[in-house]
Design a protein around this ligand. Structure first.
Ligand code: AKG
Ligand code: FE2
Length: 887
């Protein structure tokens, strides 16, 4: 395969590409709060002796203190790569300031974490451009407003700006952003008070999470499709005492001053996520202005398909907010509603008696997370003090600061402006309607529910569901007509949860999936065993619904994992891939510390990213380019390798090009094409199905297959060694008849990533999978503890994951990860998975060397071919076959 060896010109190119790549990923990872890491986090940290960590730190000192110039950056990156360092301790961030280069013609993605960042001096956004930089991702970075502003101005092609956990920011101003900016994320950046997206006409996605911000400019004309607003939440902070509220004096024309109200005008919005604090504010405006009489009349969220509510509390007032929002915004096409209910810690924290109004005030000023319990704590529950911050907040409120601030705000406004806006609104409404509507709305909302909060559970009769017997709870008509899916997480069956559920069910005639997840794992340990009896909820509350909803599939489970098919966007800050990324250097697997890294990766994730695997970059690049060429050919050319028998459009064969086998009309399809080819055993390769274009396809794949087979054996032996069984145990399970399949997955750009997955959640069925992933477009996600994480892709690494048969053979010590692929609006994506399976006639069972009296088998035995038969059927139903084999 001389073709893959570099000529000297190629060498040069390669050197340049390498440099560009390094520049593409200026990544300084850090271990967050290493010392404070709890037991669980510790498990996910690679086994690296402390001395070595500090040696690494020590050696970094040669750079000297002070600013880091671009040259220094290159030297450090090369040095770090040689040392296989993937992270620098956060302390480095205090020693150095990373000076970005004065523009760069090659840098396409910039990822920086855990360091101070500034621009080189002198820097001029006009003359020092990053002419192809499309993505900026800053995580845990300290930087100034000025740096962000200038950096954005210097990137004419900037598509994505993602700022998470950044310090030093106050005003994120994107006025200088070019026409390409499509996605902006600002998450948990403590000091941010103001965000201006005025000049970002192409903005499609805006995601904000952090403390409450008053000033945010979203032009009403903006074609925003995805909006995420979470004030507070898991890592949210309350506004520190005495911080001035921010207000933009030069309010631009055409931007409604109250942006929360403005969001109800975003007609392109398809996905909206609101936390209960944001919802409260939107609903308060709706109440105040009585936006609607008939609901539909004033609704501008005409295209909203997915609504996600992140509820920090589920008080009566929270429920009212949801109703009012539905009345005011009445999204006619809403298909999916996700309600994340408060976690149990909200419920079981000790709370003092508080009136509704106090509660409202508190929420008005920030999240009310964990402030008080809806239910009394259990007898044995731990008593918890209110955090100091909250005490402070309460004091602040008692001193009446809020009202003062609001007055101040009004003083600052150019005279008459507020009332003008109000006038405008009044003009739009037929005379006299305002007050009438207000009355009506008040009538419609449940009166005095506070006293009913602890009323006994009501029975659910069919009549109740159909005759609207609870009319005071049904302010909306027709707004949920298109709702197909309702999913509630942290479901506990409490009164208000049931009210909401009933309200939705009464109004949604097309509902076909109701998913209720109880998330047992986040319950305090002392409650886990006996407090929530799911079977009781099922019997008394859920089953009676089944009769009234004959076409609706109801799932009540403990976590999303129970229905791996279920898909929705989760709170996005959760999706950061926790450090450290599980990287394993295959050339060092004989070293004890690298073997421990492998163990940690398999224990935590069931997969790892393999570096130094021995396959040259040139072969990997060739593999990518022939695969891409194949999928970019006209359909007739691709169809020459079709997986349909004789092109009859009905019968599928295992090998060939096409989509998944379709076995029923209601099958949920994946947004992907695939080319499936047998590569093992070698003498069973069916070249008739292998593409003849591009010409080099066959040679490249053969070479690639022979190389990764060696990697397979190396990994299987290393795993056996970790388990302290015969090193060849797993390798010996693969006879010379055992199949190996290469599956090329091609995911075209998808206009509605919110609706369809590239590949549904699954775990791989075989022994081991070696995946070569597109490192330019993300999409692969892996599930852990019921949450989905984006898997980072690194150039020229291989992702190796355990598959179900190996999970059985190692008796569940390492498990096979559930994963899926999400689609992307703009870019296509390619991956090549090679699946290694065991011989069809083999008995699949836990390795005898792993069993003894204390470690009984955890899976039933079965012949491998029967296992394969069960796999597809279960995948189709959104289930995992392996779960049915657990003893
Ligand atoms: O495309 C990917 O990244 C994952 C593919 C995959 O999971 C599979 O083919 O089983
Ligand atoms: Fe897979």
């Amino acid at each position: 395969m001389g073709g893959f060896k570099g000529t000297s010109g190629e060498e040069e190119d390669k050197g340049k590409r390498k440099k560009d790549r390094i520049m593409e990923r200026l990544t300084f990872f850090f271990l967050r709060e290493w010392q404070k890491a709890d037991e669980k986090a510790k498990r996910s940290v690679p086994h690296r002796p402390a001395a070595e960590r500090f040696r690494v730190l020590g050696q970094w000192n040669w750079i000297g203190k002070g600013d880091l110039e671009p040259d220094g950056v290159h030297r450090i990156l090369d040095y770090a790569a040689d040392l296989h360092v993937d992270f620098a301790h956060r302390a480095l961030g205090f020693i150095f300031k990373l000076r970005l280069p004065r523009g760069d013609a090659h840098l396409t993605r910039l990822t920086v974490g855990g360091i101070r960042v500034g621009l080189s001096k002198p820097f001029c956004a006009r003359s020092h451009t990053f002419s192809v930089l499309e993505v900026i991702y800053l995580d845990g970075v300290t930087l100034s407003d000025h740096t962000v502003e200038n950096l954005v101005a210097a990137c004419p092609l900037l598509r994505t700006l993602d700022l998470r956990y950044c310090d030093g920011l106050d005003f994120v101003n994107l006025e200088a952003a070019g026409p390409h900016l499509r996605s902006l994320t600002v998450a948990e950046c403590g000091g941010v008070r103001d965000i201006c997206t005025m000049e970002a006409p192409s903005l499609r996605s805006f995601r904000y999470s952090g403390s409450y911000i008053r000033a945010l400019t979203i032009p009403a004309t903006c074609a925003l499709a995805d909006l995420y607003l979470c004030f507070g939440g898991p890592a949210g902070r309350l506004r520190p005492l005495g911080t001035p509220l921010c207000f933009d004096f030069a309010w631009p024309a055409g931007v409604p001053r109250n942006w929360l109200q403005a969001l109800t005008n975003l007609s392109s919005l398809t996905v909206l996520t609101l936390c209960s604090s944001a919802l409260r504010r939107v609903s308060a405006k709706a109440r105040e202005r009585s936006l609607t009489k008939s609901g539909a009349a004033s609704c501008k969220l005409r295209n909203l398909r997915e609504l996600q509510l992140l509820m920090f509390a589920m008080y009566n007032s929270s429920l009212d907010d949801i109703y009012v929002f539905m009345v005011a915004c009445c999204p006619p096409l809403l298909e999916r509603l996700f309600v994340q209910l408060p976690t149990n810690s909200h419920y079981y924290r000790l709370g003092s008696e508080q009136s509704e109004s106090e509660e409202e005030l508190l929420e008005e000023n920030g999240p009310v997370e964990e402030l008080r319990g809806e239910e009394a704590p259990e007898e044995n529950g731990p008593e918890e003090e209110l955090p100091e911050e909250e005490d402070e907040l309460q004091e602040e409120l008692l001193e009446g600061e809020l009202a003062e601030e609001e007055d101040e705000l009004q003083d600052k406004l150019p005279e008459g402006e507020l009332s003008e806006e109000e006038d405008e609104l009044q003009d739009e409404l037929p005379e006299g309607e305002l007050s009438e509507e207000e009355d009506e709305l008040r009538d419609e909302l449940p009166e005095g529910e506070a006293s009913e909060e602890n009323q006994s559970e009501e029975d659910w009769s069919d009549e109740e569901l159909s005759d609207g017997g609870q009319s005071e709870e049904e302010p909306v008509e027709g707004c949920l007509e298109n709702l197909k899916l309702l999913k509630m997480t942290n479901f506990k069956g409490g009164d208000n949860e049931m009210r909401l559920l009933r309200f939705v069910l009464r109004n949604s005639t097309s509902l076909n999936q109701l998913l209720l997840f109880t998330s047992k794992s986040d319950r305090p340990e002392w409650l886990q065993k006996d407090h929530l009896d799911t079977s009781d909820i099922l019997e008394t509350k859920i089953l009676p619904l089944q009769k009234a909803l004959p076409n609706c599939q109801i799932i009540l489970g403990e976590s999303d994992g129970d229905a791996i098919q279920a898909f929705h966007r989760e709170a996005f800050v959760d999706r950061l891939f926790p450090e450290p990324i599980p990287l394993v250097d295959l050339s060092r697997l004989t070293d004890a510390d690298e073997a421990e890294r492998l163990r940690a990766a398999l224990q935590t994730w069931g997969f790892f990213l393999a570096t130094n695997h021995g396959i040259e970059d040139s072969l990997m690049d060739a593999m990518t380019s022939v695969s891409r060429e194949f999928f970019r050919q006209p359909a007739e050319e691709r169809q020459k390798c079709s997986n349909l028998v004789d092109g009859n459009g009905k019968d599928y064969q295992v090998e060939g090009y096409g989509s998944d086998k379709v076995v029923s009309d209601d099958q949920v399809l994946n947004w992907s094409d695939r080319l499936h080819l047998r590569v093992e055993p070698e003498d069973e390769r069916n070249f008739a199905k292998w593409p003849s274009h591009p010409e080099s396809f066959r040679d490249v794949l053969q070479e690639y297959a022979s190389r990764i087979k060696k990697i397979r054996d190396l990994v299987l032996r290393s795993i056996a060694k970790l388990l302290e069984i015969d090193e060849d145990y797993f390798v010996n399970q693969i006879s010379n008849k055992a199949p190996g399949f290469a599956r090329f997955n091609y995911y075209p750009p998808c206009p509605r990533p919110d609706l369809v997955l590239g590949l549904r959640a699954h775990s791989d069925g075989g022994l081991l999978t070696i995946l070569f992933n597109d490192d330019t477009v993300g999409g692969l996600q892996v599930q852990r503890d019921g949450r989905w994480y984006n898997v980072p892709a690194k150039p020229h690494t291989l992702l190796i994951n355990l598959a179900d048969c190996l999970e059985i053979m190692n008796n569940g010590i390492f498990t096979s990860p559930v994963h899926r692929v999400v689609t992307n609006v703009e870019k296509d994506r390619l991956s090549l998975a090679v699946f290694y399976a065991v011989d069809a006639e083999m008995m699949l069972e836990p390795a005898p060397g792993l069993l003894d009296d204390k470690r009984p088998p955890r899976y039933k035995k079965m012949v491998a071919k029967d296992f394969v038969a069960g796999l597809f059927e279960h995948f189709r139903q959104g289930k995992r076959f392996i779960d049915t084999l657990k003893i």
